[in-house]
Design a protein around this ligand. Sequence first.
Ligand SMILES: Nc1ncnc2c1ncn2[C@@H]1O[C@H](COP(=O)(O)OP(=O)(O)O)[C@@H](O)[C@H]1O
Ligand SMILES: [Mg+2]
Length: 493
Amino acid sequence: MKTKTLTELLSHVDVIAAAGTLEKEITGITNDSRKVEKGNCFVAVKGYNEDGLKYVGDAVEKGAGSIVARQKAQKDYPGVTWVQVKNDRAAFSKIAARFYDNISDRFYTVGVTGTNAKTTVTELVGAILEREAETVRIGTLGMRCGKTYRPTGLTTPESADIFKFLSDVSGQGAKNLVMEVSSVALRLFRVEDITFSQAIFTTFSGDHLDFHKTMEEYLASKMLLFRKLAENDWAIINIDDPSAVKIIHELHCKYLTYGFSEDADVRPLTYKFSISRTAAIEARIRTPRGAIDIKSPLLGRLNLLNIMAAVTSAVIKGVPFDDIAAAVAAFKPVKGRLDFAYTGDFSVLIDYAHTDNALESLLKSLREIVTGQLIVVFGAGGNRDKTKRPRMGKAASENADFVVVTSDNPRQEDPGAIIKDILEGFQPGFKNYITEPDRETAIGKALNMAGKGDMVVVAGKGHENYQIFKDRTIHFDDYEVVEKLVKNEAKLK
Ligand SMILES: Nc1ncnc2c1ncn2[C@@H]1O[C@H](COP(=O)(O)OP(=O)(O)O)[C@@H](O)[C@H]1O
Ligand SMILES: [Mg+2]
Protein backbone atom coordinates (compact mmCIF):
# COMPACT_ATOMS: atom_id res chain seq x y z
CA MET A 1 0.00 0.00 0.00
CA LYS A 2 1.36 3.37 -1.08
CA THR A 3 1.71 5.85 1.77
CA LYS A 4 -0.17 9.13 1.60
CA THR A 5 0.33 12.48 3.24
CA LEU A 6 -1.96 13.78 5.93
CA THR A 7 -2.99 16.60 3.58
CA GLU A 8 -4.27 14.04 1.07
CA LEU A 9 -6.08 12.05 3.71
CA LEU A 10 -7.80 15.08 5.16
CA SER A 11 -9.08 16.31 1.80
CA HIS A 12 -12.74 15.64 2.65
CA VAL A 13 -12.56 16.11 6.40
CA ASP A 14 -13.98 19.07 8.34
CA VAL A 15 -10.77 20.26 10.02
CA ILE A 16 -11.03 22.87 12.78
CA ALA A 17 -7.32 23.37 13.50
CA ALA A 18 -4.01 21.61 12.99
CA ALA A 19 -0.76 21.80 14.96
CA GLY A 20 2.37 20.40 13.31
CA THR A 21 3.11 19.54 9.69
CA LEU A 22 0.50 17.99 7.42
CA GLU A 23 3.10 17.00 4.82
CA LYS A 24 3.78 13.81 6.64
CA GLU A 25 3.62 10.32 5.14
CA ILE A 26 1.05 8.14 6.89
CA THR A 27 1.71 4.40 7.12
CA GLY A 28 -1.71 3.25 8.33
CA ILE A 29 -4.89 4.29 10.10
CA THR A 30 -6.41 2.94 13.27
CA ASN A 31 -8.70 3.88 16.13
CA ASP A 32 -7.29 1.11 18.32
CA SER A 33 -4.16 2.19 20.20
CA ARG A 34 -3.15 -1.46 20.62
CA LYS A 35 -2.80 -1.80 16.85
CA VAL A 36 -0.74 1.39 16.28
CA GLU A 37 2.47 0.94 14.28
CA LYS A 38 5.18 3.47 13.57
CA GLY A 39 4.00 6.41 11.48
CA ASN A 40 0.31 5.52 11.79
CA CYS A 41 -2.44 8.06 12.14
CA PHE A 42 -4.41 7.41 15.33
CA VAL A 43 -7.98 8.65 15.23
CA ALA A 44 -9.27 9.15 18.76
CA VAL A 45 -12.94 8.35 18.30
CA LYS A 46 -15.70 8.10 20.79
CA GLY A 47 -17.22 4.67 20.25
CA TYR A 48 -19.92 2.48 21.72
CA ASN A 49 -18.21 1.99 25.10
CA GLU A 50 -14.82 3.66 24.94
CA ASP A 51 -13.43 7.09 24.16
CA GLY A 52 -10.23 7.02 22.12
CA LEU A 53 -9.04 10.25 23.74
CA LYS A 54 -8.06 8.14 26.75
CA TYR A 55 -5.58 6.22 24.62
CA VAL A 56 -3.72 9.02 22.86
CA GLY A 57 -0.71 8.60 25.20
CA ASP A 58 -0.51 4.88 24.36
CA ALA A 59 -0.78 5.57 20.65
CA VAL A 60 2.05 8.13 20.74
CA GLU A 61 4.22 5.74 22.71
CA LYS A 62 3.66 3.08 20.03
CA GLY A 63 4.88 5.51 17.35
CA ALA A 64 1.77 7.26 16.05
CA GLY A 65 2.92 10.19 13.88
CA SER A 66 -0.35 12.03 13.97
CA ILE A 67 -3.47 12.23 16.08
CA VAL A 68 -6.92 13.18 14.85
CA ALA A 69 -9.39 14.12 17.57
CA ARG A 70 -12.46 16.22 18.26
CA GLN A 71 -10.62 18.47 20.72
CA LYS A 72 -7.29 20.28 21.03
CA ALA A 73 -4.23 18.46 22.41
CA GLN A 74 -4.28 18.52 26.20
CA LYS A 75 -0.53 18.22 26.24
CA ASP A 76 2.44 18.62 23.91
CA TYR A 77 3.58 15.54 22.00
CA PRO A 78 6.87 16.50 20.30
CA GLY A 79 7.01 15.65 16.59
CA VAL A 80 3.39 14.51 16.53
CA THR A 81 0.90 16.36 14.34
CA TRP A 82 -2.41 17.03 16.06
CA VAL A 83 -5.50 17.60 13.94
CA GLN A 84 -8.70 18.81 15.52
CA VAL A 85 -11.82 17.89 13.54
CA LYS A 86 -15.49 18.64 13.80
CA ASN A 87 -16.66 15.01 13.81
CA ASP A 88 -14.16 12.38 14.92
CA ARG A 89 -16.18 9.39 13.65
CA ALA A 90 -16.88 10.86 10.23
CA ALA A 91 -13.20 11.88 9.98
CA PHE A 92 -12.11 8.33 10.77
CA SER A 93 -14.21 6.96 7.93
CA LYS A 94 -13.14 9.65 5.44
CA ILE A 95 -9.45 9.27 6.25
CA ALA A 96 -9.67 5.49 5.92
CA ALA A 97 -11.57 5.77 2.63
CA ARG A 98 -8.86 8.06 1.17
CA PHE A 99 -6.05 5.92 2.51
CA TYR A 100 -7.48 2.87 0.74
CA ASP A 101 -8.30 4.78 -2.49
CA ASN A 102 -12.07 4.57 -1.94
CA ILE A 103 -11.76 0.91 -2.74
CA SER A 104 -15.36 0.11 -1.87
CA ASP A 105 -16.48 2.15 -4.91
CA ARG A 106 -15.21 -0.68 -7.11
CA PHE A 107 -17.86 -3.05 -5.74
CA TYR A 108 -21.53 -3.52 -6.39
CA THR A 109 -22.62 -3.17 -2.77
CA VAL A 110 -25.70 -4.48 -1.02
CA GLY A 111 -26.41 -3.40 2.58
CA VAL A 112 -28.78 -5.34 4.82
CA THR A 113 -30.33 -3.65 7.85
CA GLY A 114 -33.09 -4.62 10.26
CA THR A 115 -33.52 -5.85 13.81
CA ASN A 116 -33.51 -9.49 12.70
CA ALA A 117 -32.56 -11.58 9.71
CA LYS A 118 -29.51 -9.54 8.64
CA THR A 119 -27.06 -12.44 8.77
CA THR A 120 -29.40 -14.88 7.03
CA VAL A 121 -30.29 -12.46 4.25
CA THR A 122 -26.67 -11.35 3.80
CA GLU A 123 -25.55 -14.96 3.44
CA LEU A 124 -28.39 -15.77 1.04
CA VAL A 125 -27.67 -12.75 -1.16
CA GLY A 126 -23.96 -13.63 -1.03
CA ALA A 127 -24.64 -17.23 -2.08
CA ILE A 128 -26.72 -16.10 -5.06
CA LEU A 129 -24.47 -13.25 -6.28
CA GLU A 130 -21.48 -15.55 -5.95
CA ARG A 131 -22.86 -17.55 -8.89
CA GLU A 132 -22.02 -14.54 -11.08
CA ALA A 133 -18.85 -13.14 -9.54
CA GLU A 134 -16.67 -13.39 -6.43
CA THR A 135 -18.59 -11.78 -3.58
CA VAL A 136 -17.24 -10.37 -0.31
CA ARG A 137 -19.47 -10.87 2.75
CA ILE A 138 -19.23 -8.86 5.92
CA GLY A 139 -21.30 -9.41 9.04
CA THR A 140 -21.72 -11.25 12.31
CA LEU A 141 -19.94 -14.27 10.80
CA GLY A 142 -16.84 -12.19 9.97
CA MET A 143 -15.37 -10.84 6.73
CA ARG A 144 -15.00 -13.35 3.91
CA CYS A 145 -13.85 -13.44 0.33
CA GLY A 146 -13.33 -16.87 -1.22
CA LYS A 147 -11.06 -18.69 1.18
CA THR A 148 -9.90 -15.55 2.97
CA TYR A 149 -11.58 -15.11 6.34
CA ARG A 150 -11.13 -12.51 9.06
CA PRO A 151 -13.16 -12.55 12.29
CA THR A 152 -14.51 -9.19 13.39
CA GLY A 153 -16.37 -9.39 16.69
CA LEU A 154 -18.73 -6.68 15.44
CA THR A 155 -21.67 -7.17 13.11
CA THR A 156 -20.46 -4.19 11.11
CA PRO A 157 -16.72 -3.62 11.59
CA GLU A 158 -15.01 -0.23 11.84
CA SER A 159 -14.64 1.63 8.52
CA ALA A 160 -10.86 1.21 8.41
CA ASP A 161 -11.14 -2.55 8.99
CA ILE A 162 -13.65 -2.86 6.15
CA PHE A 163 -11.47 -0.86 3.72
CA LYS A 164 -8.35 -2.75 4.77
CA PHE A 165 -10.02 -6.10 4.17
CA LEU A 166 -11.28 -5.01 0.74
CA SER A 167 -7.79 -3.81 -0.07
CA ASP A 168 -6.19 -7.07 1.12
CA VAL A 169 -8.47 -9.19 -1.08
CA SER A 170 -8.42 -6.85 -4.06
CA GLY A 171 -6.27 -9.34 -6.01
CA GLN A 172 -9.06 -11.94 -5.89
CA GLY A 173 -11.23 -10.14 -8.41
CA ALA A 174 -14.31 -9.78 -6.22
CA LYS A 175 -16.98 -7.59 -7.78
CA ASN A 176 -19.80 -7.71 -5.22
CA LEU A 177 -19.95 -6.79 -1.56
CA VAL A 178 -22.83 -7.81 0.69
CA MET A 179 -22.81 -6.55 4.24
CA GLU A 180 -24.87 -6.42 7.40
CA VAL A 181 -25.31 -2.83 8.45
CA SER A 182 -26.32 -2.40 12.07
CA SER A 183 -28.08 0.71 13.33
CA VAL A 184 -25.18 1.31 15.71
CA ALA A 185 -22.76 1.26 12.78
CA LEU A 186 -24.88 3.81 10.93
CA ARG A 187 -24.97 6.14 13.93
CA LEU A 188 -21.23 5.76 14.44
CA PHE A 189 -20.41 6.58 10.78
CA ARG A 190 -18.84 3.18 10.15
CA VAL A 191 -20.28 2.97 6.62
CA GLU A 192 -20.26 6.72 5.94
CA ASP A 193 -17.97 6.37 2.92
CA ILE A 194 -19.34 3.17 1.48
CA THR A 195 -21.62 3.61 -1.49
CA PHE A 196 -24.54 1.21 -1.66
CA SER A 197 -26.36 0.16 -4.83
CA GLN A 198 -29.02 -1.73 -2.90
CA ALA A 199 -30.25 -1.59 0.68
CA ILE A 200 -32.51 -4.23 2.17
CA PHE A 201 -34.84 -3.62 5.12
CA THR A 202 -35.77 -6.85 6.92
CA THR A 203 -37.62 -6.17 10.21
CA PHE A 204 -37.95 -3.60 12.93
CA SER A 205 -38.69 -4.13 16.61
CA GLY A 206 -37.32 -3.16 20.01
CA ASP A 207 -33.62 -3.93 20.52
CA HIS A 208 -30.44 -2.00 21.36
CA LEU A 209 -32.50 0.53 23.30
CA ASP A 210 -29.60 0.79 25.74
CA PHE A 211 -27.78 2.55 22.87
CA HIS A 212 -30.57 4.24 20.93
CA LYS A 213 -32.80 5.22 23.91
CA THR A 214 -36.02 5.43 21.89
CA MET A 215 -37.63 3.42 19.11
CA GLU A 216 -37.84 6.60 17.03
CA GLU A 217 -34.11 7.14 17.28
CA TYR A 218 -33.50 3.46 16.51
CA LEU A 219 -35.63 3.60 13.37
CA ALA A 220 -34.08 6.93 12.37
CA SER A 221 -30.66 5.26 12.58
CA LYS A 222 -31.77 2.47 10.27
CA MET A 223 -33.17 5.07 7.90
CA LEU A 224 -29.65 6.52 7.46
CA LEU A 225 -28.82 3.59 5.20
CA PHE A 226 -31.70 4.41 2.86
CA ARG A 227 -30.78 8.10 2.80
CA LYS A 228 -27.47 7.08 1.26
CA LEU A 229 -29.17 5.63 -1.80
CA ALA A 230 -29.16 7.75 -4.97
CA GLU A 231 -32.00 8.07 -7.49
CA ASN A 232 -31.02 5.00 -9.49
CA ASP A 233 -30.24 2.76 -6.54
CA TRP A 234 -32.67 0.26 -5.11
CA ALA A 235 -34.30 -0.16 -1.73
CA ILE A 236 -35.77 -3.59 -0.99
CA ILE A 237 -38.41 -3.44 1.72
CA ASN A 238 -40.22 -6.09 3.75
CA ILE A 239 -43.73 -4.72 3.33
CA ASP A 240 -45.13 -7.06 6.00
CA ASP A 241 -43.29 -5.09 8.68
CA PRO A 242 -45.36 -2.27 10.21
CA SER A 243 -42.42 0.16 9.89
CA ALA A 244 -42.12 -0.39 6.13
CA VAL A 245 -44.43 2.49 5.20
CA LYS A 246 -42.38 4.98 7.21
CA ILE A 247 -39.25 3.95 5.37
CA ILE A 248 -40.88 3.96 1.94
CA HIS A 249 -42.20 7.45 2.65
CA GLU A 250 -38.65 8.76 2.98
CA LEU A 251 -37.08 7.05 -0.01
CA HIS A 252 -35.49 9.02 -2.86
CA CYS A 253 -34.60 5.96 -4.92
CA LYS A 254 -36.28 3.10 -6.74
CA TYR A 255 -37.71 0.34 -4.63
CA LEU A 256 -39.34 -3.07 -4.62
CA THR A 257 -41.31 -4.58 -1.76
CA TYR A 258 -41.41 -8.21 -0.71
CA GLY A 259 -43.63 -10.10 1.70
CA PHE A 260 -46.76 -12.18 2.00
CA SER A 261 -48.99 -9.11 1.57
CA GLU A 262 -51.15 -9.06 -1.54
CA ASP A 263 -49.57 -5.81 -2.71
CA ALA A 264 -45.94 -6.91 -2.37
CA ASP A 265 -43.95 -6.70 -5.64
CA VAL A 266 -42.31 -9.99 -4.77
CA ARG A 267 -44.60 -12.45 -3.02
CA PRO A 268 -45.36 -16.17 -2.96
CA LEU A 269 -48.05 -17.36 -5.34
CA THR A 270 -48.03 -20.79 -3.71
CA TYR A 271 -45.98 -22.19 -0.85
CA LYS A 272 -45.62 -25.25 1.34
CA PHE A 273 -43.69 -25.74 4.59
CA SER A 274 -42.44 -29.00 6.12
CA ILE A 275 -39.54 -30.27 8.20
CA SER A 276 -37.90 -31.99 5.24
CA ARG A 277 -34.12 -31.66 5.42
CA THR A 278 -33.87 -30.87 1.69
CA ALA A 279 -37.04 -28.99 0.76
CA ALA A 280 -38.59 -27.60 3.92
CA ILE A 281 -39.80 -24.68 1.82
CA GLU A 282 -41.27 -25.11 -1.64
CA ALA A 283 -42.64 -21.99 -3.23
CA ARG A 284 -43.48 -20.25 -6.47
CA ILE A 285 -42.51 -16.62 -6.08
CA ARG A 286 -43.90 -13.81 -8.17
CA THR A 287 -41.28 -11.25 -9.25
CA PRO A 288 -41.33 -8.34 -11.74
CA ARG A 289 -39.42 -10.65 -14.10
CA GLY A 290 -41.92 -13.50 -13.86
CA ALA A 291 -42.49 -16.37 -11.44
CA ILE A 292 -39.63 -18.40 -10.03
CA ASP A 293 -39.90 -21.83 -8.38
CA ILE A 294 -37.66 -22.43 -5.40
CA LYS A 295 -36.93 -25.26 -2.99
CA SER A 296 -34.95 -24.67 0.17
CA PRO A 297 -33.76 -26.65 3.19
CA LEU A 298 -34.42 -23.56 5.36
CA LEU A 299 -37.37 -23.78 7.73
CA GLY A 300 -40.60 -21.91 7.85
CA ARG A 301 -42.39 -18.74 6.98
CA LEU A 302 -39.77 -16.28 8.17
CA ASN A 303 -37.14 -17.95 6.05
CA LEU A 304 -39.40 -17.74 3.02
CA LEU A 305 -39.44 -13.99 3.73
CA ASN A 306 -35.65 -14.01 3.88
CA ILE A 307 -35.45 -15.94 0.62
CA MET A 308 -37.77 -13.40 -0.99
CA ALA A 309 -35.48 -10.58 0.14
CA ALA A 310 -32.53 -12.29 -1.52
CA VAL A 311 -34.51 -13.17 -4.65
CA THR A 312 -35.53 -9.52 -4.99
CA SER A 313 -31.92 -8.41 -4.72
CA ALA A 314 -30.84 -10.95 -7.33
CA VAL A 315 -33.69 -10.07 -9.70
CA ILE A 316 -32.64 -6.41 -9.57
CA LYS A 317 -29.04 -7.43 -10.22
CA GLY A 318 -30.18 -9.47 -13.22
CA VAL A 319 -29.10 -12.91 -12.02
CA PRO A 320 -30.70 -15.64 -14.18
CA PHE A 321 -33.53 -17.60 -12.49
CA ASP A 322 -31.70 -20.93 -12.82
CA ASP A 323 -28.77 -19.56 -10.87
CA ILE A 324 -31.03 -18.07 -8.19
CA ALA A 325 -32.94 -21.34 -7.76
CA ALA A 326 -29.74 -23.42 -7.66
CA ALA A 327 -28.13 -21.15 -5.08
CA VAL A 328 -31.23 -21.17 -2.86
CA ALA A 329 -31.55 -24.96 -3.09
CA ALA A 330 -27.93 -25.41 -2.05
CA PHE A 331 -28.07 -22.93 0.81
CA LYS A 332 -27.96 -24.69 4.20
CA PRO A 333 -29.14 -23.03 7.42
CA VAL A 334 -26.65 -20.60 8.87
CA LYS A 335 -25.28 -22.05 12.10
CA GLY A 336 -27.65 -21.20 14.95
CA ARG A 337 -30.41 -19.83 12.72
CA LEU A 338 -33.36 -22.25 12.68
CA ASP A 339 -30.87 -25.08 12.52
CA PHE A 340 -31.59 -28.68 13.55
CA ALA A 341 -29.34 -30.02 16.32
CA TYR A 342 -31.21 -33.32 16.47
CA THR A 343 -33.93 -35.13 14.56
CA GLY A 344 -35.48 -38.38 15.71
CA ASP A 345 -38.86 -39.06 17.27
CA PHE A 346 -38.83 -35.45 18.28
CA SER A 347 -36.61 -32.68 16.95
CA VAL A 348 -34.40 -30.04 18.52
CA LEU A 349 -33.81 -26.74 16.82
CA ILE A 350 -31.22 -24.13 17.72
CA ASP A 351 -31.98 -20.52 16.97
CA TYR A 352 -30.50 -17.11 17.68
CA ALA A 353 -33.81 -15.34 18.45
CA HIS A 354 -33.00 -12.94 21.25
CA THR A 355 -35.66 -10.28 20.76
CA ASP A 356 -39.40 -10.51 21.32
CA ASN A 357 -40.12 -10.01 17.65
CA ALA A 358 -37.69 -12.75 16.60
CA LEU A 359 -39.05 -15.13 19.23
CA GLU A 360 -42.61 -14.48 18.17
CA SER A 361 -41.92 -14.89 14.43
CA LEU A 362 -39.86 -17.99 15.16
CA LEU A 363 -42.53 -19.71 17.23
CA LYS A 364 -45.32 -18.71 14.84
CA SER A 365 -43.28 -20.08 11.92
CA LEU A 366 -42.67 -23.35 13.73
CA ARG A 367 -46.28 -23.71 14.81
CA GLU A 368 -47.16 -24.08 11.14
CA ILE A 369 -44.90 -27.10 10.70
CA VAL A 370 -44.81 -28.91 14.06
CA THR A 371 -47.33 -31.69 14.48
CA GLY A 372 -46.86 -32.18 18.25
CA GLN A 373 -46.01 -29.86 21.13
CA LEU A 374 -43.80 -26.81 20.69
CA ILE A 375 -41.44 -26.43 23.65
CA VAL A 376 -39.15 -23.41 23.94
CA VAL A 377 -36.09 -22.85 26.14
CA PHE A 378 -34.78 -19.30 26.38
CA GLY A 379 -33.44 -16.51 28.61
CA ALA A 380 -32.45 -12.87 28.20
CA GLY A 381 -29.06 -11.17 28.45
CA GLY A 382 -27.97 -9.26 31.55
CA ASN A 383 -26.76 -5.64 31.39
CA ARG A 384 -28.53 -5.11 28.09
CA ASP A 385 -31.92 -3.70 27.09
CA LYS A 386 -34.22 -4.73 29.96
CA THR A 387 -37.45 -3.63 28.31
CA LYS A 388 -37.44 -6.59 25.97
CA ARG A 389 -37.54 -9.19 28.78
CA PRO A 390 -41.29 -9.10 29.57
CA ARG A 391 -42.04 -8.74 25.87
CA MET A 392 -40.07 -11.94 25.23
CA GLY A 393 -42.03 -13.62 28.04
CA LYS A 394 -45.28 -12.55 26.43
CA ALA A 395 -44.22 -13.83 22.99
CA ALA A 396 -43.20 -17.21 24.45
CA SER A 397 -46.33 -17.70 26.57
CA GLU A 398 -48.59 -16.81 23.65
CA ASN A 399 -46.91 -18.95 21.04
CA ALA A 400 -45.41 -22.06 22.67
CA ASP A 401 -47.10 -25.00 24.37
CA PHE A 402 -44.50 -25.15 27.10
CA VAL A 403 -41.84 -22.66 28.17
CA VAL A 404 -38.58 -23.29 30.02
CA VAL A 405 -37.13 -19.99 31.21
CA THR A 406 -33.38 -20.07 31.77
CA SER A 407 -30.21 -17.95 31.51
CA ASP A 408 -28.55 -16.34 28.49
CA ASN A 409 -25.39 -14.44 29.42
CA PRO A 410 -26.54 -13.00 32.79
CA ARG A 411 -23.35 -10.87 32.93
CA GLN A 412 -23.28 -8.69 36.07
CA GLU A 413 -26.92 -9.38 36.90
CA ASP A 414 -28.53 -12.01 39.11
CA PRO A 415 -29.94 -14.72 36.79
CA GLY A 416 -33.01 -15.09 39.04
CA ALA A 417 -33.87 -11.41 38.66
CA ILE A 418 -33.67 -11.59 34.85
CA ILE A 419 -35.95 -14.64 34.85
CA LYS A 420 -38.40 -12.74 37.05
CA ASP A 421 -38.48 -9.86 34.54
CA ILE A 422 -39.31 -12.35 31.78
CA LEU A 423 -42.13 -13.95 33.80
CA GLU A 424 -43.72 -10.52 34.30
CA GLY A 425 -44.70 -10.55 30.63
CA PHE A 426 -46.46 -13.96 30.62
CA GLN A 427 -50.08 -13.73 29.61
CA PRO A 428 -52.34 -13.83 32.68
CA GLY A 429 -52.99 -17.33 33.96
CA PHE A 430 -50.22 -18.95 31.91
CA LYS A 431 -49.02 -22.03 33.81
CA ASN A 432 -47.20 -24.20 31.29
CA TYR A 433 -43.72 -23.22 32.32
CA ILE A 434 -40.81 -23.97 34.60
CA THR A 435 -37.80 -21.84 35.49
CA GLU A 436 -34.28 -23.28 35.64
CA PRO A 437 -31.34 -20.86 35.75
CA ASP A 438 -28.78 -23.49 34.76
CA ARG A 439 -29.01 -23.61 30.95
CA GLU A 440 -27.77 -27.18 30.56
CA THR A 441 -30.24 -28.50 33.15
CA ALA A 442 -32.97 -26.42 31.51
CA ILE A 443 -32.30 -27.94 28.10
CA GLY A 444 -32.23 -31.39 29.71
CA LYS A 445 -35.65 -30.84 31.27
CA ALA A 446 -37.08 -29.70 27.94
CA LEU A 447 -35.69 -32.78 26.15
CA ASN A 448 -37.14 -35.10 28.81
CA MET A 449 -40.54 -33.63 28.19
CA ALA A 450 -40.44 -34.07 24.42
CA GLY A 451 -42.46 -36.87 22.86
CA LYS A 452 -43.16 -38.07 19.33
CA GLY A 453 -43.68 -35.22 16.86
CA ASP A 454 -42.69 -32.57 19.39
CA MET A 455 -40.15 -29.87 18.74
CA VAL A 456 -37.81 -28.31 21.31
CA VAL A 457 -36.49 -24.90 20.32
CA VAL A 458 -33.39 -23.74 22.17
CA ALA A 459 -33.36 -20.01 21.52
CA GLY A 460 -31.09 -17.05 22.12
CA LYS A 461 -27.51 -18.26 21.68
CA GLY A 462 -27.44 -19.65 18.17
CA HIS A 463 -23.79 -20.05 17.18
CA GLU A 464 -22.40 -18.56 20.43
CA ASN A 465 -20.20 -20.89 22.46
CA TYR A 466 -19.98 -19.12 25.79
CA GLN A 467 -22.02 -18.07 28.78
CA ILE A 468 -21.04 -14.86 30.55
CA PHE A 469 -21.52 -14.63 34.33
CA LYS A 470 -20.63 -11.93 36.86
CA ASP A 471 -17.29 -13.50 37.75
CA ARG A 472 -16.44 -15.76 34.83
CA THR A 473 -17.15 -16.71 31.23
CA ILE A 474 -17.56 -20.42 30.59
CA HIS A 475 -17.55 -22.44 27.39
CA PHE A 476 -21.17 -23.19 26.55
CA ASP A 477 -22.46 -24.46 23.25
CA ASP A 478 -26.16 -25.34 22.79
CA TYR A 479 -25.23 -27.80 20.02
CA GLU A 480 -22.76 -29.69 22.22
CA VAL A 481 -25.17 -29.76 25.14
CA VAL A 482 -28.03 -31.11 23.01
CA GLU A 483 -25.77 -33.73 21.47
CA LYS A 484 -24.51 -34.86 24.88
CA LEU A 485 -27.96 -35.00 26.43
CA VAL A 486 -29.46 -36.90 23.51
CA LYS A 487 -26.61 -39.43 23.64
CA ASN A 488 -27.03 -40.00 27.38
CA GLU A 489 -30.73 -40.39 26.88
CA ALA A 490 -30.08 -43.04 24.22
CA LYS A 491 -27.82 -44.92 26.65
CA LEU A 492 -30.58 -45.03 29.24
CA LYS A 493 -33.03 -46.64 26.80
N1 LIG B 1 -37.59 -12.60 8.58
C1 LIG B 1 -37.45 -12.67 9.91
N2 LIG B 1 -38.30 -12.00 10.73
C2 LIG B 1 -38.16 -12.04 12.05
N3 LIG B 1 -37.23 -12.76 12.68
C3 LIG B 1 -36.36 -13.45 11.92
C4 LIG B 1 -36.44 -13.45 10.50
N4 LIG B 1 -35.43 -14.23 10.04
C5 LIG B 1 -34.78 -14.69 11.10
N5 LIG B 1 -35.33 -14.24 12.24
C6 LIG B 1 -34.91 -14.49 13.62
O1 LIG B 1 -33.80 -13.67 13.90
C7 LIG B 1 -32.72 -14.45 14.39
C8 LIG B 1 -31.41 -13.85 13.99
O2 LIG B 1 -31.24 -14.02 12.60
P1 LIG B 1 -29.96 -13.43 11.90
O3 LIG B 1 -30.07 -13.76 10.47
O4 LIG B 1 -28.76 -13.85 12.63
O5 LIG B 1 -30.25 -11.87 12.09
P2 LIG B 1 -29.35 -10.66 12.62
O6 LIG B 1 -28.06 -10.73 11.88
O7 LIG B 1 -30.17 -9.46 12.22
O8 LIG B 1 -29.20 -10.82 14.08
C9 LIG B 1 -32.98 -15.83 13.82
O9 LIG B 1 -32.35 -16.80 14.59
C10 LIG B 1 -34.48 -15.92 13.85
O10 LIG B 1 -34.94 -16.27 15.12
MG1 LIG C 1 -26.14 -10.62 12.34
